[in-house]
Design a protein around this ligand. Structure first.
Ligand code: SF4
Ligand code: SF4
Length: 362
C-alpha cells in the first residue's frame, strides 16, 4: 500500500472539488479536475509514463486549498499534489520553469533572482527603523521589489503607533514556491539558515505583510526545521488590534471595495473586513463570499500563463459591477492580477489594505 492510498480510495466521486477549482472554472475541461490530479498518484509513485494531460494536471494547481475545504471525506488533495510534485522532481520530471524558479530561490534568495542589493530600496528617510528591536518587519520578495508602498505604509503605521521595528538585513524569500512544488528538503535547509539568522538577532516577533511569508515562516518552518523561538504575525492582525486599542484612529474613507482575499488567510477573512469597516469603507463581496484564488501561485503563472491570467480575470471582472476598487492584502495577488490586466488590456483599481489604512490614519 502506498502513501495516501487509503485517503484516495475513500473518494466518493461527489465532484464537489470540481466546482470550486479555479482551473476547472476557466478551462471548463474535465481533464483538469482536482480529483483527476490525485488519481494518478499510483502512476507517479511507480515512475510510470504519464499522458501529457495527466502531467499538466499535476501542475495545473495553485494549491489554493479550495478543494480541500469542500471534500466531504477530507482527502488532503493539496498535500497529495505536493507529494506528486516532490516525486516528479526527484525523478527529474518536473517542468523546467519550476526547476529554474526553485534554483533562483536557493541560489539568489528570490523567485526572480532579483538583485539583492535592491531589496531595501523601499526604505525612505522618513521611516523610523531601529538597528535592533524585538519586532522585525519582513517585507518579503513581492513587497520589496514590486509593491514597495505596502512596506512604507506599514512602517509609517507602526511608527505612528509608537513601534520602531528593525528590518532583517539578510532577509530571504520565504520559499512558498519550494513548498508548493514539493522541494521540501531544500526548503528545510533554507528554513534552518533563515531561522538561525533571525534568532541570532534576538528578535521576538517577525511581522509579515505577505500571507505567503506568514504561512511559511509561522506554520511550515516549525514542521520542516523546529519550533521557532519567535512569534510570526501578519501585519493586518496587528493593525486590527491597534485600532481596537485606539492606537490607530482611522478617519472615514468614502468608498466601496471588494476584497481580494488571500488563500493562505482564507480562514480569517474577518480581519481585513474589520479594518475596512473601521474606515467606513463599504465592503461588497465577490463570488457570494466564496474563496476563488487569484490564479498566480504554485507555479501556475510561469507554467500556464494564459490559464493563470483567465483566473485573475474572474476577480477583475467581478469587482467592477460591485465596488469602486479592489482591496487586497496579498502582494502577489496584486502583482499577478496587474500583469494579467496588462496582457488582457484591462483596467484595474487595487490597493493594499495597509495602504488604505495609512491614507485613512495619517
Ligand atoms: S488547490 Fe485550488 S487550484 Fe489546486 S486543485 Fe485544488 S481547487 Fe484547484
Ligand atoms: S470532493 Fe473529495 S470525495 Fe468528492 S470527488 Fe473530490 S476528492 Fe472525491
Amino acid at each position: 500500500m502506498h502513501k495516501f492510498q487509503i485517503e484516495i480510495s475513500s473518494c466518493i466521486d461527489c465532484q464537489k472539488c470540481w466546482d470550486v477549482c479555479p482551473v476547472n472554472m476557466v478551462t471548463e475541461d474535465n481533464r483538469f479536475t482536482p480529483q483527476g490530479k490525485i488519481d494518478v498518484l499510483g502512476k507517479v509513485i511507480m515512475g510510470e509514463e504519464l499522458t501529457q494531460d495527466e502531467f499538466d494536471n499535476i501542475y495545473l494547481s495553485t494549491r489554493c486549498g479550495a478543494c480541500d475545504d469542500v471534500c466531504p471525506v477530507n482527502i488532503p488533495i493539496t498535500d497529495i499534489i505536493q507529494y506528486e510534485r516532490q516525486l516528479l522532481a526527484q525523478q527529474g520530471r518536473e517542468p523546467a520553469k519550476t526547476t529554474a524558479i526553485s534554483n533562483n530561490i536557493i541560489e539568489h534568495n528570490s523567485p526572480g533572482a532579483m538583485d539583492p542589493s535592491k531589496r531595501f530600496d523601499w526604505v525612505t528617510d522618513d521611516l523610523d527603523i531601529a538597528e535592533s528591536s524585538e519586532v522585525a518587519y519582513m517585507a518579503g520578495c513581492w513587497v520589496s521589489y514590486s509593491q514597495q508602498d505596502i512596506a512604507r505604509s506599514t512602517i509609517r503605521l507602526f511608527n505612528h503607533a509608537g513601534i520602531r521595528p528593525m528590518i532583517l538585513k539578510e532577509e530571504k524569500c520565504c520559499g512558498l514556491f519550494l513548498l508548493d512544488n514539493g522541494h521540501l528538503e531544500d526548503l528545510a535547509e533554507h528554513a534552518k539558515k533563515f531561522v538561525d539568522y533571525i534568532e541570532s538577532l534576538g528578535v521576538k516577533k517577525v511581522v509579515a505583510s505577505c500571507p505567503g511569508c506568514y504561512l511559511v515562516l509561522g506554520k511550515e518552518y516549525p514542521k520542516l526545521y523546529r519550533e521557532l523561538n519567535f512569534e510570526v504575525e501578519h501585519s493586518l492582525n496587528m493593525f486590527r488590534d491597534m485600532i481596537a486599542e485606539g492606537t490607530l484612529k482611522p478617519k472615514k474613507l468614502d468608498m466601496s471595495v471588494s476584497v481580494r482575499d488571500a488563500c493562505p488567510l482564507r480562514n480569517s477573512k474577518d480581519v481585513p473586513r474589520s479594518i475596512l469597516e473601521s474606515m467606513g469603507v463599504q465592503v461588497k463581496e465577490l463570488f457570494d463570499g466564496k474563496q476563488v484564488c487569484c490564479g498566480g501561485p504554485g507555479g501556475l503563472k510561469p507554467n500556464f500563463p494564459e490559464i493563470a491570467d483567465d483566473i485573475a480575470m474572474l476577480t477583475v471582472q467581478s469587482y467592477k459591477d460591485k465596488a469602486d476598487m479592489l482591496a487586497s492584502y496579498c502582494p502577489f495577488c496584486v502583482h499577478h492580477m496587474g500583469s494579467a490586466c496588462k496582457s488582457k488590456d484591462e483596467e484595474m483599481k487595487i490597493k493594499d489594505v495597509s495602504v488604505l489604512l495609512a491614507e485613512s490614519v495619517l
